[in-house]
Design a protein around this ligand. Structure first.
Ligand SMILES: [Zn+2]
Length: 101
């Protein structure tokens, strides 16, 4: 019986110590970079509506020369299908863990 895989981001709040280190090692970008990505998307969505694409996430990734193939895969695997979904599904858990600045 296959076990339904929980979204990785959902287990983040339980992690600490070595497990948290391992989680961070598997991310497609550094912790500070992902925090900055979330801040960027939030700022952009403050000014304009989400058009249900990853346009602001993409812009940030391009400007910062990030691996957007891997990052986009990670974001969508965790429910972040577009900019507003990233803010809804990923940002609250991320910020609860790492703070929001
Ligand atoms: Zn959206």
């Amino acid at each position: 019986m296959p076990i339904l895989k929980k979204r990785e981001i959902e287990s983040l709040e339980q992690l600490s110590g070595e497990e948290l280190e391992q989680f961070l090692d598997t991310l497609p970008a550094g912790q500070a970079t992902i925090s900055a990505l979330l801040d960027h998307i939030e700022d952009e969505l403050f000014e304009s509506e989400c058009n249900h694409s990853l346009q602001y996430a993409m812009k940030f990734m391009m400007d910062n020369r990030l691996d957007f193939g891997k990052l986009t895969h990670w974001l969508t695997a965790n429910g972040g299908y577009c900019d507003c979904k990233i803010m809804e599904q990923i940002a609250p858990i991320w910020r609860a863990k790492f703070g929001d600045d």
